[in-house]
Design a protein around this ligand. Structure first.
Ligand SMILES: [Zn+2]
Length: 167
């Protein structure tokens, strides 16, 4: 069952919010039209999927930071975080939590490529499966569904997961 939180007629929406299972999926851009007020009334814990957050500009960041500050004590969990979302988490203090550190990121989307098939794919990786070592990070090996060769991750994992190592 999928239901949508409807925007008011004629109001330009930056994102759509839809419920799939117990997770609210945010899709679109965080920009000057971002309105997160529909989330305020939803029960906690609140699980958000951010796989379809495509871009975030400075207006969107401000609206998001207000949401994080307003919910600093709330049980918020972020699933399937897209790379624009993670880039912002790495760049900006307070993007994931405000006040005492809270581990809210449950999983992230990582870009992989099969070098044999020359095929790219985005795969969700659980945050608790990420292993850190001196100067870097690693995630469990992913196999190509077509040829079973190990996929190559197309991003610098140490940099990508820097937000998890902040004290
Ligand atoms: Zn392959």
């Amino acid at each position: 069952m999928r239901y949508y939180i409807q925007p008011l007629c004629g109001v330009e929406m930056a994102i759509t919010i839809s419920l799939v299972g117990n997770v609210y999926h945010l899709a679109g851009s965080f920009d000057e039209h971002l309105d997160l007020s529909p989330l305020a009334a939803l029960p906690r814990p609140l699980h958000l999927s951010l796989a379809e957050v495509e871009s975030i500009n400075s207006h969107g960041v401000r609206a998001w930071l207000v949401f994080i500050q307003d919910n600093f004590q709330a049980q918020l969990f972020f699933h399937n975080c897209s790379s624009p979302f993670i880039d912002m988490a790495n760049m900006m203090e307070g993007f994931l939590y405000w006040g005492p550190r809270v581990d809210r990121v449950k999983s992230v989307i990582l870009p992989f490529i099969c070098e044999k098939c020359a095929k790219s794919s985005n795969i969700s990786i659980a945050a608790d499966k990420v292993k850190f070592f001196q100067g870097g990070a690693m995630v469990p090996a992913q196999r190509c569904p077509t040829c079973a060769v190990n996929l190559t991750c197309e991003t610098d994992l140490g940099e990508y997961f820097a937000f998890m190592t902040l004290k």
